[in-house]
Design a protein around this ligand. Structure first.
Ligand code: SF4
Ligand code: SF4
Length: 441
């Protein structure tokens, strides 16, 4: 099968980065590289969907990796997985070696799943500043994207999402749920909330976002969500409005630079220095732009805000704001040197996940979240037209139409970045809006 045929099938099935990024997989697979890596490094506290997926569906993950290698011409196939995920490692070991796939066992620290960190761990190569893995001959896909790719090659589109429901719920679980299902239904499937008032971290506490809307739908990038009581310190901290975060930072930052000293990108040798970005908060727009350039290569891992800063300030949010402002100005990266050299302390300063969870008062919620196979029959699903990087999809159906599961119901013009969206249940189109298609089962 040619690269073009594989790439077209992946696109038509709507395969995107299922680890949270949502970048269309077919675009990556157009490259020619020597190495493909399955990212199973999963490092967000309490989320276990990749581990459960690899444990229960090792064969299709490896099959997807083989398709990635075939499309890109890669000769080296690797899976990056934490050594502590013993059951998943055992399941992969039963299928990987005979297919020429290496398992790269990683330590249990945060953020192992960052593409820059993972590529360095597996290949010893460093992605150029503001660059892509393919510039150094590597393509990285989340393990669920590869599972979806294997199914796509059998003609099955993406209609389900693996995700973990964790935190203050009776039975933390990992599900494979129809896209568009509500968080509320999934909380019920996990035995219900164990507290009356809770907030929800979607995609994890470190890199995710906070919501209080349990009616939000599952999308192709929902890796899971964590319920925490309203009075949990993390909820209180992350509920501050952004201007308040900046105001506190402006008055309280003493420039101790702990945020920089623990930054995984800085330790890997990239010029990210959040303590300098904090200086931008105290200046007018022009001078502020000068300081914000030390946030250009930040990956938003959140370690500086949620672990390193002794004053509990918000350097990650300062970097976010700096990058948003630079995007507005059309500026991408203002560094000059392409040389990247890891800091001599980069291994010694790694933050063990357990220590991070202890610091965040999450250890009491660290329980297994086993995969629970289920037949779902939601009465309604809400399929967002934008659940991938790129342009939103345009609806191909109208109110009242009948659809079958797996039918293409929205698509993106072929000259734009994006993928189609498929019905996740059989039923009738209840409504089509500018942002979503609502189906009734
Ligand atoms: S760790 Fe906190 S106080 Fe220290 S420089 Fe960074 S933001 Fe400022
Ligand atoms: S969020 Fe903070 S620690 Fe993480 S990469 Fe950005 S600056 Fe570094």
């Amino acid at each position: 099968m040619t690269q073009l045929t594989i790439v077209n099938r992946i696109r038509e099935a709507g395969v995107v980065g299922a680890g949270g990024a949502g970048f269309p997989a077919h675009v990556k697979w157009k490259a020619q590289v020597d190495t493909v890596i399955a990212n199973g490094a999963e490092c967000e506290p309490l989320l276990h969907k990749d581990g459960e997926l690899m444990e229960h569906f090792a064969a299709p993950v490896i099959e997807g990796l083989e398709w990635a290698a075939r499309a890109t011409g890669a000769t080296r196939k690797c899976v990056g997985i934490k050594a502590k995920k013993k059951e998943a490692v055992a399941a992969l070991q039963r299928v990987a070696p005979q297919r020429g796939v290496e398992l790269n066992l990683l330590g249990d620290y945060y953020p192992t799943g960052d593409e820059f960190v993972l590529v360095h761990e597996v290949t010893g190569r460093l992605i150029p500043p503001a660059g892509l893995p393919l510039e150094i001959g590597v393509v990285v896909n989340n393990v669920e994207s590869l599972y979806n790719a294997a199914r796509a090659m059998d003609g099955q589109p993406v209609t389900r999402k693996f995700l973990t429901v964790a935190g203050a719920v009776a039975k933390p679980s990992t599900f494979c749920a129809p896209l568009g299902m509500s968080f509320r239904d999934l909380i019920a499937a996990a035995g219900g909330a164990t507290v009356d008032r809770y907030a929800i971290f979607v995609g994890g506490v470190m890199m995710g976002r906070l919501t209080r809307d349990a009616d939000e739908p599952v999308t192709k990038t929902t890796t899971g969500f964590i319920l925490l009581p309203e009075d949990h310190h993390l909820v209180e901290r992350m509920s501050q409005p952004t201007p308040v975060m900046h105001r506190i930072g402006k008055s309280a930052c003493d420039q101790c630079s702990y945020c920089t000293e623990f930054c995984p990108r800085y330790l890997l040798g990239y010029d990210v220095q959040p303590h300098k970005v904090m200086r931008s908060l105290g200046f007018s727009m022009m001078s502020s732009d000068f300081w914000s350039k030390w946030g250009d290569l930040c990956c938003g891992c959140g370690l500086c805000t949620l672990y390193a800063c002794p004053e509990e300030l918000y350097p990650k949010e300062a970097c976010d704001a700096a990058r948003a402002r630079m995007r507005e100005l059309g500026v991408r990266w203002r560094g000059t040197s392409l040389e990247v050299k890891p800091h001599p302390m980069h291994e010694a300063r790694r933050v063990p996940l357990k220590k991070l969870e202890e610091h965040l008062d999450l250890l009491r919620y660290e329980r297994p979240a086993p995969f629970v196979p289920r037949d779902w029959s939601p009465r309604q699903v809400r399929l967002l037209l934008k659940q991938h990087a790129g342009a939103p999809a345009t609806p191909l159906v109208k109110k009242g139409d009948r659809v079958r599961e797996g039918q293409k119901i929205a698509d993106v013009p072929p000259d734009q970045l994006g993928v189609p969206i498929h019905a996740s249940i059989r039923g009738r189109v209840r409504d089509v809006t500018n942002t979503e298609i609502i189906l009734e089962g």
